[in-house]
Design a protein around this ligand. Structure first.
Ligand code: FEO
Ligand code: CA
Ligand code: CA
Length: 645
């Protein structure tokens, strides 16, 4: 998520692993090696030659398939990209999305203006080709999440301190509510330059006010009914839209990553207080909404929190379409919703629940997709089986179904029916004995190998007594990437519906030259190539991984995009391609179908500033008196060929 997230607030996070001892680390490392020896052996036999970092330079560097010259890390007020590449801002906060909006000084933004302009803190990006269903790579829709606002660098004299919630004016709250959600803009590439079609009828803002259909088992459920929606079938708006996914029928999935700190009021007076507490609700009202709108008071509109924390499906090709909250996919701090069509036609969605010690999930539809008519399956995500992952030391991961009436998920144990299981997804997963993870962020599938990669961004709360086979480091400030290997074969032969897969640890992030970090990359990893805090992933058409990071500023390095081979002699060898300006994380990496453009979001530039009076950057405009603006950047080779090829 973000440095504003209470999960990793810069005021509370421990910057360095000072408490953890090297001895404890060695013990845990040995445990990891022994515990997964079988898996490692099997992978080595299939060509894995990456090794624990030795600290010794190799006489001959491994042959990376990634052709670009690695960027040297520069941590300053702007972005940087490898030689031979260009990285151009395509669209950013406040840019006009209607013909009459015109240019605007973002320092003078209002709620009404924001409603027709590109939203704040861009996150997940989907490039949806135009025309629909084509593989066009010069023309399409950029569908971009706007996760939250960095009010300390939006409003003058507005530090992000304990009193912030009480200082917002009604107009500021309204502006914030309009600046989040999702932005859809038509874009074209002409002469190698991407630009927005400002007057496109397809341009659309989705905000905290946009009406949304509630679909799946919770539609019309008593727990979804509010004073303004007595039927419990039409939610209002979306919130903390973080990761996402695309479906084969041409829609975008946007993930609501937990609304817990956006509500005020007295939690103890809410009849579902115990469940809400499990979801992190505390009445903190971080954005001041509850002071102006009873909808965000836990003790007034008691069911309103139940209507967030879902996966929302948007049809970007129809600007009049109503977004749909797909409740069958479970309720959690959704980071990702990566869609794979299994070989039998069933649709699989992988999801992470991004909070400390939360879980990794998989959803498998009941019905198979009709490849000849994918649009006929547009409600296919409303019926299926949600499962949660249990990782075992023998190198196997088992998917445990969250099905009412099975195992502990019974009326006697407090689960009334399947809708109730989904409403309490985290509690149901607890009951099943799922494996607590180091904050699961993105999950993505390699289109060439069929292997699945799940990112654990970090977990400062991990202690030696809570370690498990797949989360191996106490006070994990660095993060790691888990590889899941479905049975059935490579690529399209992989069975993403199987009950059990093999798993391995792909990389352990951190500085491999600092033994305190306990990092594990390929032995040839350079001083610029190692990374911390992986967050989002994507793969290019050749199956090479591109990692976006969030949190590197804590290590005095920039966040960036690192490309990594997952196969061959350079497996696990990352190379730095792009770096972000001060205060920013990089999110949302997404390729055009032809692999020639990699879109990335630069989120919360300058957020490490105390206020607008002491900005660390005014990226990307650098105008005197201007503000930093989160923006989407297009990374391309100067010669227009495929990135990294
Ligand atoms: Fe919004 Fe989990 O990052
Ligand atoms: Ca994050
Ligand atoms: Ca994220």
């Amino acid at each position: 998520m973000t440095s504003k997230d209470p999960r990793d607030s810069s005021t509370t996070r421990s910057q360095q692993p000072a408490i953890r001892t090297i001895i404890a680390e060695r013990v845990s490392r040995r445990g990891f090696l022994l515990g997964t020896g079988t898996t490692l052996g099997a992978v080595a036999a299939s060509g894995f030659v990456g090794s624990l970092f030795s600290g010794q330079a190799h006489a001959q560097a491994a042959q990376s398939s990634l052709t670009f010259t690695e960027l040297k890390r520069v941590h300053d007020e702007t972005h940087h990209v490898s030689d031979g590449y260009r990285a151009d801002v395509v669209v950013g906060w406040g840019d006009p999305m209607t013909a009459d909006a015109g240019e605007l000084d973002v320092a003078k933004m209002t709620a009404a203006e924001q409603a027709r302009r590109f939203g704040y803190n861009c996150d997940y990006i989907a490039f949806m080709p135009l025309p629909r269903g084509s593989k066009a790579s010069d023309h399409g829709l950029l569908c971009v999440n706007n996760e939250y606002v960095s009010f300390n660098v939006m409003f003058p004299d507005f530090p992000d301190d304990d009193g912030a919630s009480d200082r917002f004016t009604a107009e500021q709250v309204a502006l914030n509510n309009m600046a989040i959600g999702h932005s859809i803009v038509e874009v074209k590439r002409e002469g190698g330059v991407w630009s927005v079609v400002t007057d496109s009828p397809l341009n659309r803002r989705i905000t905290l006010d946009t009406p949304m259909t509630i679909a799946g088992p919770l539609a019309g459920h008593a727990a979804m009914k509010t004073s303004y929606d007595p039927e419990g079938r039409t939610a209002k708006g979306t919130n903390y839209n973080c990761g996402g996914g695309v479906t084969p029928w041409g829609t975008v999935l946007t993930c609501e990553e937990g609304a817990s700190d956006t509500f005020g009021g007295d939690l103890s007076k809410n009849p579902q207080a115990a469940v809400l507490e499990r979801y992190g609700y505390d009445g903190s009202d971080y954005y001041g909404r509850a002071r102006f709108d009873d909808r965000f008071k836990l003790d007034v509109e008691v069911n309103e929190p139940n209507r967030f924390d879902w996966v929302v499906e948007i049809d970007p090709y129809d600007p009049a379409s109503v977004p749909v909250k797909r409740t069958a996919l479970g309720r959690m701090a959704h980071e990702a919703s990566t869609v794979v069509v299994n070989k039998d036609g069933r649709v699989v969605v992988y999801m992470g629940d991004d909070d400390y010690f939360e879980y990794l999930y998989r959803f498998v539809t009941d019905a198979a997709l009709d490849p000849a008519n994918p649009a006929a399956s547009r409600d296919i995500l409303d019926a299926g089986t949600l499962s949660v992952a249990r990782f075992d030391a023998d190198g196997m991961v088992t998917w445990l179904p969250l099905v009412h009436g099975q195992g502990p998920l019974t009326v006697e144990n407090g689960f009334a029916d399947q809708a109730d299981v989904l409403l309490k997804t985290r509690l149901a997963a607890d009951a099943l004995g799922a494996t607590p993870m180091d904050r699961p962020e993105d999950v993505e599938t390699n289109p060439v190998t069929g292997r699945v990669y799940a990112v654990m961004t970090k977990n400062k709360k991990m202690t030696a007594d809570k370690l498990n086979p797949v989360n191996t480091r106490p006070e994990n400030h660095y993060g790691h990437i888990v590889e899941l290997i479905p049975p059935g074969g490579a690529g399209a032969a992989a069975d993403h519906t199987a009950e059990s897969y093999n798993w391995d640890l792909f990389v352990l992030a951190g500085n491999p030259r600092d033994p305190e970090h306990g990092a594990r990359f390929h032995a040839d990893t350079s001083e610029n190539g190692w990374f911390v805090n992986p967050d989002n992933l994507t793969f290019d058409p050749q199956g090479r991984m591109f990692v976006a990071t969030d949190g590197a500023n804590d290590f005095d390095i920039p966040d960036g995009i690192y490309a990594v081979d997952t196969e061959g002699p350079a497996r696990g060898l990352p190379k730095l391609l792009f770096s972000a300006p001060h205060g920013a994380e990089v999110t949302g990496p997404f390729f055009t179908p032809d692999g020639t453009t990699l879109f990335v979001s630069v989120q919360h530039p300058g957020e490490d500033s105390e206020t607008t009076a002491s900005l660390t950057t005014r990226w990307p405009d650098f105008r005197e008196g201007g503000l930093p603006r989160p923006a989407v950047v297009a990374i391309q080779r100067m010669d227009g060929q495929e990135v990294a090829s």
